[in-house]
Design a protein around this ligand. Structure first.
Ligand code: M6R
Length: 368
């Protein structure tokens, strides 16, 4: 049932192009100028116009998708969005009103903290939209409306295709929300939808470069600690890359907003330490490159993930470069995370760990 792959994780990484297509299928209007989320029966356009804030609540990888979701919804619909890890949400007395839309994100739909946050939101009169991969799960049953990600069953403990399908769900929802509020026009939406249709093929191109990532993973696996840095959406993806690596390779890593390093963490940078830098947000590129200079000056070995076409220029400032196909800046997380998934997979493999069933972890966390 691993379909010829050595591990479920690798199979699931390779299933992402299909998961993107399946999650988009049937959710685009025929002429490609709008999103059709027919499953939103309670959270109607009228309701969407009523909300004055959005809360995104989730755990782990789903939270990292939520962080990308925050940027997407704010950029597209221009409505304030907060993110909370579910285990913190209830205990900080968040301001939840009937004008709050709470989006809970959970692959399994059974995560205890996420479910408790959902219930708290409902008790306070908020509307709850769930993004989940499991039809009929607790989260799906208790939410007002559900966007199902069609990633198919995810067996490996390390989440891959569920995360990227959650990103697709956020893109679709963000575009729908923007159209309802009138913050984006049809021309913009069709432009984005066209770019989204190319994502599956672009993921295939990255997967075809797996051997290059494997070599970097083997060199990284010889270190006991490393860093991921990025700005903006690259920072959200850095967090996900770092979690993935820790989870299955047991190598210590930290993800930092690139500009924050010099406020303390730079003290940890020493000769030879790997720093994986995401530099896909071109408006922030110069700033990230200046942070890279700071770590290079302390002897770091910098591996950069960049947009196709920028390799030569960025290669002057770093030790090695991996390029991903070009897409719209805010769609990049759906591509840039893929080399990081492969990096953690191959690092775990090089170290001889149980890739699909890492120590101390369960696929579904049903205790608070
Ligand atoms: O099923 P959920 O999406 O609610 O799970 C949330 C986290 O436990 C999960 O994403 C976890 O962080 C993954 N194992 C990370 O790969």
């Amino acid at each position: 049932e691993k379909a010829g792959f050595d591990h479920f994780m690798l199979k699931e990484i390779h299933e992402q192009p299909k998961a993107y297509r399946d999650t988009m299928r049937g959710r685009l209007s025929e002429d490609g100028t709008s999103v059709a989320l027919d499953e939103l029966t309670t959270i109607t356009p009228e309701e969407l116009r009523k909300f004055n804030r959005v809360h995104i609540v989730a755990c782990g990888t789903a939270m990292h998708a939520g962080m990308v979701g925050k940027t997407i919804i704010e950029q597209l619909a221009r409505i304030p969005v907060e993110t909370d890890v579910a285990s913190e949400y209830r205990y900080r007395s968040p301001i939840i009103t009937p004008e709050t839309l709470v989006i809970v994100v959970s692959q399994s739909g059974e995560t205890a903290d996420t479910l408790a946050a959902l219930r708290e939101a409902k008790r306070n009169g908020a509307r709850v939209l769930a993004i989940t991969n499991v039809v009929g799960s607790s989260v799906a049953r208790e939410a007002d409306d559900v966007i199902i990600t069609l990633a198919g069953p995810e067996i490996a403990v390390a989440s891959t295709k569920a995360y990227t399908s959650q990103l697709i769900a956020f893109y679709l929802f963000g575009l729908h929300y923007a159209q309802v509020l009138g913050t984006k026009d049809d021309a913009f939406v069709s432009h984005v939808l066209a770019a989204m249709q190319s994502l599956p093929e672009q993921v295939e191109k990255i997967l075809a470069q797996s051997e290059v990532i494997k070599a970097s993973a083997e060199s990284i696996s010889r270190h006991s600690s490393l860093f991921f840095i990025g700005r903006g959406l690259d920072y959200a993806v850095a967090l996900e890359g770092s979690l993935k690596l820790k989870e299955i390779s047991y190598i210590h890593s930290e993800a930092y907003a690139a500009g924050e390093l010099k406020h303390g963490t730079l003290a940890l940078i020493e000769e030879g330490i790997p720093v994986i830098s995401l530099i896909t947000q071109e408006d922030l590129q110069e700033k990230t490159l200046s942070n890279i200079k700071e770590v290079k000056a302390r002897g770091a070995n910098v591996f950069a993930i960049v947009n196709e076409g920028n390799e030569a220029e960025i290669a002057k400032s770093v030790d090695s470069v991996f390029s991903i196909p070009r897409t719209l800046a805010f769609l990049t997380p759906a591509l840039s995370v893929v080399p990081l998934q492969l990096l953690s997979y191959y690092a775990s493999l090089a170290l001889g760990h149980d890739v699909d069933k890492p120590r101390n972890l369960a696929k579904s966390v049903t205790v608070e």
